[in-house]
Design a protein around this ligand. Sequence first.
Ligand code: NAD
Length: 473
Amino acid sequence: MYIDGKWISNRPEFNVTNPATGEIIGQVPDCTDQDIEAVIAAADIAFREWRKTTAYQRSKLLYRAWELMIGQKRSLAELMTREQGKPLKASLNEVQYGADFLLWFAEEAKRMYGQIIPSARENQRFLVQKSPVGVVGAITPWNYPISMITRKLAPALAAGCTVILKPAESTPLCAKAMMEIFEEAGFPPGVINLITVRNPARVGEAFCTDPRVRKLTFTGSTPVGKMLNGLAAANMKRVSMELGGHAPAIVFPDADPVHAAKGLSMVKFLNTGQACISPNRIFVHEDHAEPFIKELSSRASRLVAGNGMSDGVGIGPLINEAATQKVDDQVQDALARGAKAETGGHRLTDNGLAGGYFYAPTVLSGVTADMKIYREETFGPVAPVITYRSEDDVIAMANDTDYGLAAYIYSNNLATSMRAFEALNFGIIGINDINPTSAAAPFGGMKNSGLGREGAQEGIEEYLETKLGGLAI
Ligand code: NAD
C-alpha cells in the first residue's frame, strides 16, 4: 500500500494468482481500519496544498507519468498478462490506452475555463470559476487493471483533487506498478494513495460515509454500484458510476455479413469477453444468418486459447472459477432451452490448460428471449446470435434491456445507421466500428449502466465544482 508517500507492507497479506496457471505470483497487504483512517487523513491534508497548485504544475507531473508509463510499456504489459490473463498484445494495447488518459488530461488540465456572465443589473457581474471537488475515492475492476486506474486518476489529478485508489483484489500488482510510476513522476505525498484490501466492503463504506471524501468514482458490477450509490447519496457525495453492460450488435440487411462477422468476432472475444462493452446479443437479419454464423464460428473455432505470454495465443483465461462457472451456467441453460452450439460450449482443460480458467470460444445460434444469456450480462467468450425480420423489431429487442452502455451497428446505408443511432438507448454506439473508445471520447452508460462519463472534456467535469461569484461594482 502507498499512503502519504510511504510504502506499507507489514500487514497480513493475501495472494494474487495467475488465472492461466493458478500459480501464486505475489502477495499484497490487507489494510486495517487504522490504514483506512490514515489514508483518508493523508488525502485530506494533501488536498489543502494540492488544490493551490497551478494547472501547469499538475500538467507537468501528468506528462512525466505518461513518459514513464510509455517507457515501461513492455514490463507493465507482461505484469498485466501474468496477473489478469489477457494475451500480451492486448496488454500492450491496454497500457497504451491507459497512458493516453495521462496525456489527454495533462492537456485538459489547462482548459478548466470559467466565465464572466453579464447581469441584468448595471452594477453587477457574475463570475463563474471551477474548483476541484476534493478527496476522491476510486474503486477499479480487474478486467482492465491499468486503464481503469488512469481513466479515473488522470482527470481527478488534473482537476486538483487528491485520490485514494482501491483496486480489485485480483489485480493489485498492476495498481502497485502504477503507484510506483506516480511516485517517480514526483506527485507530492498524500496526493495519490493506494490501499489494498481482501474484503472491499470496509473501504467502500468509508468512501461513502466519511465526510472528508467528497467524491466516489466506481467501475464494476451494477449491484455493487447501486449499493454504493445509495450509500453515497445518503451522504450527498458526488459519484461517477461505470457499471455493467449487455451490448446489442445489429447486422442490417444492407451490411456485408462476412465483414460484420469478422469485426464482431474481434470485439466479442477481446479480453475473453470480459468487457462491459462486449457484444452480448448479436441480432442478424434472417437473410444473413447463414453466412454470418458460418464466418463467426469459423473465426471463433480458430482462436488459440492459452497462456497470454505464449506466441500465437489469441484468447486468455477467465479471471477465476466463479466467472467460469457463471459462463458455463448461461451456456448450459441456453442449450437446454433449444439453442445450438455452432462451436465451443464447454470448458477447456486439455493441452496444459487444466490449471487455468479456460472456456472454449463459443457461438450459440437460435438464442431466444427466455434464456438467461439473453437477459443477464455475459462476461465471457460467448456470442449469442438472434435472428430478426424488421428494423422496428430489432430496435425494440436491442433496447429491451436494463443496461445502456454500448451498442454496435453494421449497415452500409447512412439513413439506416442514423435512424438506429438515434433510436438506440445506449451511451456508446459503434457504427461499422468495433472500437468506439478513446481518451478523447466520452465513455459511459445510461440506465443501469451508470452515471457520468469518463475521458474527453466531460471526464474532468466529473471532478469539478462550479462556483459562482456575484460581484457588485
Ligand atoms: P465487482 O463490482 O465485484 O468489483 C469491482 C470493484 O468493486 C472491485 O474493486 C471490487 O473490489 C469492488 N467491490 C466489490 N464489492 C464492493 C463493496 N461492497 N464495496 C466496495 N467495493 C466493492 O465487479 P466485477 O465482477 O469484479 O467486475 C466486472 C464488472 O465491472 C462487470 O459487471 C462489468 O461490466 C463492469 N465493468 C464496467 C466498466 C464500465 O466502464 N462501465 C468497465 C469494466 C468493468
